[in-house]
Write a protein that binds this ligand. Structure first.
Ligand SMILES: C[S@@+](CC[C@H](N)C(=O)[O-])C[C@H]1O[C@@H](n2cnc3c(N)ncnc32)[C@H](O)[C@@H]1O
Length: 206
């Protein structure tokens, strides 16, 4: 039998006792991340009936679940992840690595020339443990997502993206300001305080 390390035992203990994990199980969401999007959406009203949205880094699917519920039959949800995602009603999903041109082309094909109202990106790389590498990989994904948003959002569209404060944060915020009329920072309660994770919200694409 595998012996758990102290840190993975501590993680498991925290996970099991995490109120958001318990709520997600009760409410039928696939991940505790659901409550981050719900809190941001309560404040910022990003998802409405009819919204056409792309969800980048969607697995296991709690953001897509919420998006599909809120955009309804008039809206569309296009989702992508490098990992598999169990099907969800109202969500068109592609499995692939967003860094690959062929995957991007396939996703663009799925959009079928539609302009998007909203891009949400919760992508995070597998953490190597090397903080410098992890930060750089994370911002690379966020930069690709920003390029995608700049290209596919309609004028006036919105972009929500997970980033980690630290190296590259100021430059990234500055780049977002060239694309969006407003850039705001969101730290929902379900995002752990000890994590440098925040969400940047670009509003009103120029
Ligand atoms: C925090 S999880 C997303 C959780 C999701 N928002 C939810 O509510 O279920 C981050 C996701 O980013 C995905 N990801 C990381 N690198 C990726 C890449 N290069 N291309 C596509 N997805 C990627 C991971 O596979 C993982 O599923």
């Amino acid at each position: 039998m595998a012996v758990r390390s102290k840190s993975s035992a501590a993680w498991l203990n925290e996970h099991v006792h995490d109120p958001y994990v318990q709520m997600a199980q009760k409410d039928g969401y696939r991940a505790r991340a659901a409550y981050k999007l719900l809190e941001i959406n309560d404040k910022d009203r990003l998802l409405k009936p009819g919204t056409v949205v792309a969800d980048l880094g969607s697995a296991p699917g709690s953001w897509s679940q919420i998006a599909a519920q809120l955009v309804g039959a008039q809206g569309r949800v296009f989702a992508l992840d490098i990992l598999p995602m169990a099907p969800l009603a109202g969500v068109d999903f592609i499995r692939g690595d967003f860094r690959e041109d062929a995957v991007l082309a396939e996703f663009e094909n799925l959009l079928g020339g539609r302009s998007l109202d909203l891009v949400i990106c919760d992508m995070a790389p597998n953490m190597s443990g090397n903080a410098v590498t992890d930060q750089a990989r994370s911002f690379y994904l966020a930069e690709l997502a920003l390029d995608f948003a700049a290209q596919h959002l309609k004028t006036g569209g919105d972009f929500l993206v997970k980033v980690f404060q630290g190296a590259g944060y100021q430059e990234y915020t500055a780049a977002m300001k060239t694309v969006f009329a407003q850039v705001q920072v969101r730290k929902p309660k379900a995002s752990r305080n000890r994590s440098s994770e925040v969400y940047l919200l670009g509003r009103n694409k120029r």
